[in-house]
Design a protein around this ligand. Structure first.
Ligand SMILES: C[S@@+](CC[C@H](N)C(=O)[O-])C[C@H]1O[C@@H](n2cnc3c(N)ncnc32)[C@H](O)[C@@H]1O
Length: 321
């Protein structure tokens, strides 16, 4: 089950549901949803930002607690769920985050380096099988110069370098994260990997700033865009596209919502997580991700399915030659 967040949903669904229901009570949402009401008016009525409220309503719809009509007005259906006591930490603060419109810092109260290390080790584990599957699908194209943008642990580019012995990678991320990537690459080498550390350049930079033009055959942009609002997401895709050589390819990987925004369930829950923990992050619809590429003249040549991460959207796109 290696879609990002699928494991959390699988093991903690009751906690997520309780937090959602409790936030509904704390914000007076259930009362406000007694009659059909469009999202902007509802957000105004309960004094929360529509951007953060939307994923909450969509997750509630997935639980069968609310529904939308043909005019996109929201209303409670059936019995209002009980107000269960929740621990006032993390998701238990969903109501407060919406009310204050201030996201939580995921690392509060933790030693940041340890917490980031644990976060990237978790992601490296979750993404290991999908990364091997993707590498196997891409290896015939023999990408030589890979840019792993927001590469984290480097799990995706490491799999590609294992599959393509000539390939080299530049990972761009923040300095703390790159130190983690260096340590994990060293560990992989010590365990017999084919010189991954020596073939990887670690470059601390902000992906929204210019990365240089035309130097890469393949850009990987995996699980980054959900952290960003639309203008930052567009800026990041722009710099990544410009970093490609003409004819070069880009793989955009992320959880994505269906066009009707009713699934997949993991993506709906993950969108609430982004509303809690990021200033403007969100789960984009698949067609929005595609549009980000097409707006920069990229041709989407394949919508890939990874059997080891069936709910993850994987778009392969090419820059015109
Ligand atoms: C969810 S992690 C994904 C890591 C890796 N690509 C993976 O799939 O396992 C997102 C990564 O993007 C990085 N990131 C987000 N915004 C960034 C920015 N503006 N510039 C550089 N890195 C960024 C974060 O530091 C983090 O390491």
């Amino acid at each position: 089950m290696p879609d990002l967040f699928a494991e959390v949903v699988h093991t903690s669904r009751a906690y997520l549901r309780d937090s959602l229901s409790h936030a509904g009570h704390a914000l007076g949402l259930w009362h406000a949803l007694a009659d059909p009401v469009p999202l902007p008016q509802l957000a105004e009525r309960v004094h929360v930002s529509p951007q953060r409220l939307r994923p909450v309503l969509e997750a509630m719809r997935c639980q069968g607690w609310v529904e939308t009509d043909e005019c996109d007005a929201w209303q409670v259906v059936g019995a209002i769920p009980d107000d269960t006591t929740v621990i006032k930490l993390g998701w238990g603060l969903l109501g407060e985050v919406l009310h204050d419109d201030i996201p939580l810092d995921p690392f509060t109260g933790l030693e940041v380096r340890d917490a980031k290390l644990a976060w990237h080790i978790y992601q490296a584990r979750v993404h290991a099988d999908p990364a091997v599957e993707l590498a196997s699908a891409l290896k015939t194209q023999q990408p030589l110069r890979i840019l792993d943008a927001g590469g984290g642990s480097g799990v995706w580019s490491s799999a590609l370098m294992r599959a393509c012995p000539e390939a080299t990678t530049t990972i761009i991320d923040d300095a703390d994260t790159l130190a983690i990537a260096a340590a994990l690459l060293d560990q992989a080498d010590a365990a017999g990997a084919p010189g991954l550390r020596a073939r990887t350049l670690l470059h601390a930079a902000d992906l929204r700033q210019e990365l240089g033009v035309g130097g890469f055959d393949l850009v990987l942009l995996a699980h980054v865009l959900h952290l960003l609002g639309p203008s930052d997401a567009a800026a990041v895709v722009g710099t990544c596209v410009r970093a490609l050589r003409p004819g070069g390819r880009m793989v955009m990987i992320d959880l994505a919502l269906d066009a009707n925004r009713r699934g997949p369930e993991t993506a709906l829950w993950f969108a609430v997580d982004m509303a809690i923990y990021t200033p403007a992050g969100r789960v984009y619809e698949e067609r929005e991700l595609q549009q980000l590429l097409e707006d920069r003249s990229m041709e989407v040549i394949q919508n890939m399915t990874l059997t080891s991460a069936p709910e993850t959207c994987v778009l392969l796109a090419q820059r015109p030659a």
